[in-house]
Write a protein that binds this ligand. Sequence first.
Ligand code: ADP
Ligand code: MG
Length: 257
Amino acid sequence: MSTLEVDGLTKVYGTGATALSSISFEVRKGELLSIVGPSGCGKTTLLKCVSGLVAPTSGAVRLLGRAVDGVPEGLAVVFQDYSRSLFPWMRVAQNVEFPLLTLPLSRQERAERVEESLAAVGLADKGGRYPWQLSGGMQQRVAIARALAYRPRVLLMDEPFASVDAQTRSGLEDLTRRVHLEFDMTILFVTHDIDESVYLADRLIVLRASPGSVLTELVIDLPGVRDQVSTKQLPSFVRQRSLVAQHIRNAASRENV
Ligand code: ADP
Ligand code: MG
């Protein structure tokens, strides 16, 4: 069953720039779909349309069979810029609890969810800290915990690890795979990083720019449980990342002639 359907999505901004041209794909229940493409190909625009923040010029988005025409329930988003996504005046636990205040939960149930999701991202002992007392990678883990606590039907992630160092990034990628498997979470993950897109995905969509459109789609052939070192050495990983890189390079060189 498809949890999220994007059908013929086109977005032309008021400036006349066509950010997306007739994009169609679906995300199935429990799947991690990566979308990879160069900067400016419309990835953020796509997620804004999916989360109802931007109205498409044409085409439709359906979440669980219902048309998205405003900010839908059941979605959570993790953004690139962790420094702006947490409330600095709230402690970590309050940040995680905040979206839960809109749900019909008791104080006790909220507290349990906060505790459980902070533990899932390895921050069980940091609930009393303020975001600015934590490293960038930890802040991004708080943002992930906040999304987990909400138990969204779909988690959207927009280049969430682009502004952390490489070491931290690997850890956050593994955390993403782990919550995807452990919580059976449906995730739409957007990135310009080819390695990251292949490493994380069950299925992958490659976008081209000018205008943003689907270049190709790939079912990723890798084990469910992955490891930064051994998975990236697998011949199938190397072959698939090269294939994606080639698609992106060919599209760029066609544009430049
Ligand atoms: P990406 O996230 O892949 O880098 P974006 O969705 O941010 O791409 O942008 C896609 C295209 O749409 C770019 O050409 C960008 O300049 C343009 N664009 C994005 N947001 C706006 C906006 N609010 N108004 C006008 N043009 C925009
Ligand atoms: Mg973007």
